[in-house]
Ligand binder design. Structure first.
Ligand SMILES: Nc1ncnc2c1ncn2[C@@H]1O[C@H](COP(=O)(O)OP(=O)(O)OP(=O)(O)O)[C@@H](O)[C@H]1O
Length: 229
């Protein structure tokens, strides 16, 4: 379990984020634009701008650092170097490359290609492969489906679901799109203006949201969609 006991971020004494929550297995952090999701991820990754003030206390049974955390960004297209073959952007043994490519259903021929020669969905899967090529214990996903079309979005959601079942890694999935996490994350945390307004088991919160903000968020996300089980 990763216990974020205290995470406070402020800028010139303006409070931007003040939250605490736990990641037992897979947690979704949901909120509208500007609610503080990216700042939270950056703080966990130790990538917060030095102009911001941070108070952080996280308890976990492993050290949170570059080797133990994998990060999947919103836009995979800027993550890869365009002039370098994909095989030279993954730093692990050939056996490990093969293992993660098989896990992500990526053809091995892609290793010999340049990023411009593969599709958007494949690019996102390569970015996930790079994260999994290290022995990570926590996977952070920052709206990983935003830049993708519906088919690739469904694909990535299925892949992350599969990873969760197959690998012993914890997941923190940040998004404003509830649809993308409902089958992946066991727990859900709703964030508004840097504060948690509601949290609980995903299905329970989806079926019976308590806070007005959560209700509004769900209604706008799920207009005309059948999502509750
Ligand atoms: N470096 C910074 N200095 C000052 N304020 C900042 C800084 N970075 C972000 N903020 C402010 O902190 C708040 C939270 O920003 P954050 O980027 O975490 O939101 P978000 O929920 O990730 O939004 P989005 O979904 O649009 O990415 C916003 O009001 C933003 O303007």
């Amino acid at each position: 379990m990763i216990d974020i006991k205290e995470l406070k971020i402020s800028s010139n004494s303006k409070k931007l984020v003040d939250i605490s929550f736990t990641i037992k297995s897979s947690t979704a952090l949901i909120g509208e634009s500007g609610s503080g999701k990216s700042l939270t991820l950056k703080a966990i990754l130790n990538l917060l701008s030095s102009s911001l003030d941070l108070k952080k206390e996280i308890n976990s049974n492993f050290e949170l650092n570059f080797n133990t955390i994998g990060f999947i960004p919103q836009n995979p297209f800027t993550s890869l170097s365009s002039m370098t073959k994909i095989k030279n952007q993954i730093f692990c043994s050939d056996e490990k490359k093969e293992e993660v490519f098989n896990l992500l259903d990526l053809p091995l021929e892609i290793l010999e290609k340049y990023p411009s020669q593969i599709s958007g969905g494949q690019t996102q899967r390569v970015v996930i492969a790079i994260a999994l090529s290290r022995d990570i214990k926590l996977l952070l996903l920052d709206e990983p489906t935003t830049a993708l079309d519906l088919e690739n979005k469904t694909n990535i959601i299925n892949i992350v679901k599969n990873l969760k079942d197959k690998l012993n890694i914890k997941i923190l999935f940040v998004t404003h799109d509830i649809e993308s996490i409902k089958d992946i994350c066991d727990d859900i945390v709703i964030i508004k203006d840097g504060h948690i307004v509601e949290f609980g088991k995903t299905q329970e919160v989806l079926n019976k949201p308590q806070h007005e903000y959560t209700k509004k968020l769900f209604n706008s996300s799920f207009k005309n969609k059948q999502f509750r089980k």
